[in-house]
Design a protein around this ligand. Structure first.
Ligand code: GLU
Length: 509
């Protein structure tokens, strides 16, 4: 058998922000493609113009760039199988719909919106609140299966508005093998006669997805579980168009579930529970409503990706931290779980913490400088990098460098006086005056040297280290927290340290 190059696609409809489940679909596609030295295609499925939202396509591309999951072919980059926007491929689809009509697998339907509505109202029962156009109902409707041929020809000649529907067989068993779920069987009686080509000549998703997966030589199609009910329609289209041998292998990926209760995690759950659900901030162009994103919340893309990989997959060991390279090597669709994965925001934060802790200081500094700028402050990037190195092990988010290290950028505005004042006395004051003078000669000392000098002075003055170290820390930071105190001194520098000693001594009197 000919060995086909692996080609996968992410095929979003540009209807709004990108849900983290969508990014996980991108990720699994990407990992599989890269593992097999294949191609990852981004195709924009914009055939439903009523749902089209301006800006959504650009937003999706930016999300992919931020995550480092760049496609090999896309609307923006082009490629050998373009165009990659379905609306630009419109003229291509009709021939396939007509081919299906000619072979009896599809038919013209001339029903007006009023006739369809009338059908729904007449057939509606409490058990069946929204009757579908299916193998039973179509018998009573105006289509090329029920009308005489001459009338059909006449209607077509007069350009009567019509759609093309698939002719779903009654009571046929259809089976395919899903890479995640194994064998999946459907009965065609449960499926309605989906529209394939709309009155305006645009294909629906069902026709376009099959035609494009075929023409773009897609070998594997991975998508969310919510698309599983559409699989029988697609399966039949592949068969009826005579392309069955080229049908991609499918995998329907498990849903990402709410942390509390059941059901798919929605944007509203994020709003309700106070965490992001979209990859990046998204502002709805119509309502102006802003939905917060992981990027703006302060997630590093590597952490976001790693967290997503673990939502529904593991490598069979306890390992949780994987670089993208490692994921490419180890990922396998067979190890993706069938059951939905509960989203756990605390775990997501844990991943970010791990990555921040191990991130190089220069990168953290670059990410933190804008946070400083927002506060009207600026600092030398090398200085910010040193600070980042001292506090990063405590940070879950880049902006927390501020919470744990604000005193590196401004002198404390207040002190934890209760921790110092009751035990403050003239001896301590004299110690700090001496220490401040001594510091003048220690301008290039390391943290370790500073500590030795401080200890020696304390001993000389008959003070215990513990008695002077805490007041010293509070002079520098305002409180009892922070990295090792002599690291703070070495970072702030002697001049600033001496200012803070003078200020502290004054305040504690
Ligand atoms: N356009 C569909 C979506 O918006 C694609 C589903 C598929 O991958 O087949 O998710």
């Amino acid at each position: 058998m000919e060995h086909k190059k692996v080609r996968v696609r992410f095929a979003p409809s540009p209807t709004g922000g990108l849900h983290l489940g969508g990014v996980r679909t991108v990720l699994f596609n990407y990992l599989f493609a890269k593992q097999h030295k294949g191609d990852f295609v981004l195709r924009i499925e914009d055939t439903d113009q009523t749902r089209y939202v301006p800006g959504a396509e650009e937003y999706i591309s930016e999300c992919l760039s931020w995550c480092g999951l760049k496609p090999d072919e896309s609307p923006a980059m082009g490629g050998p199988y373009g165009p990659y926007r379905q609306s630009e491929r419109k003229p291509l689809y009709r021939q396939y719909a007509e081919q299906l009509v000619a072979s009896g697998h599809a038919y013209y339907a001339f029903d007006t919106p009023e006739e369809l509505e009338n059908m729904r109202q007449t057939l509606k029962t409490p058990e069946n609140p929204s009757p579908q156009y299916n193998h039973v109902v179509r018998e009573k409707m105006r289509n090329s299966l029920t009308l005489p041929d001459a009338e059909v020809q006449e209607l077509l000649t007069r350009n009567t508005p019509h759609v093309i529907r698939i002719n779903m067989p009654a009571n046929e068993e259809l089976t395919f093998t899903d890479m995640v779920r194994g064998e999946v069987t459907f009965n065609t009686s449960q499926v309605d006669d989906k529209v394939l080509l709309k009155a305006d000549g645009m294909p629906t998703y069902h026709l376009a997805v099959v035609v494009d997966d075929y023409l773009m030589k897609i070998t594997h199609a991975f998508r969310g579980e919510e698309w599983l009910p559409s699989a029988p329609v697609h399966l039949l289209l592949w068969k009826y168009l005579g392309w069955e041998a080229d049908m991609p292998q499918w995998a329907h990926l498990p849903l990402i579930l709410k942390p509390d209760g059941n059901g798919k995690l929605s944007k509203r759950d994020g709003d309700r529970l106070g965490f992001p659900v979209y990859a990046m901030n998204w502002t709805d162009p119509k309502s102006g409503e802003l939905t917060k994103g992981f990027r703006e919340r302060g997630f590093l893309p590597e952490a976001f990706i790693n967290m997503l990989a673990m939502l529904g997959w593991n490598d069979g060991t306890e390992q949780e931290i994987f670089s993208l390279e490692e994921l490419i090597q180890k990922f396998s669709m067979e190890r993706v779980h069938k059951a939905g994965a509960k989203f756990d925001y605390e775990k997501a934060k844990w991943f970010n913490h791990q990555y921040i802790h191990h991130k190089d200081n220069e990168t953290l500094a670059a990410l933190f400088l804008p946070v400083l700028a927002e506060k009207g402050l600026s600092a030398d990037p090398a200085y910010v990098a040193t600070v980042a190195g001292l506090v990063k092990e405590r940070c879950y988010f880049v902006n927390e460098i501020w919470d744990h290290g604000f005193f590196f950028f401004q002198s404390p505005e207040s002190y934890d006086e209760a921790a110092v004042k009751p035990k403050w006395n003239a001896d301590k004051e004299a110690f700090f005056t001496a220490w401040s003078s001594l510091l003048e000669s220690l301008t290039s000392a390391t943290a370790a040297d500073l500590e030795v000098a401080f200890k020696a002075l304390a001993t000389e003055k008959n003070l215990k280290m513990g008695d002077v170290q805490l007041p010293f820390r509070i002079m520098l930071t305002g409180g009892k927290f922070g990295p090792p105190v002599f690291d703070i001194v070495a970072t702030l520098g002697v001049a600033e340290t001496r200012n803070r000693i003078a200020k502290g001594v004054d305040a504690f009197k």
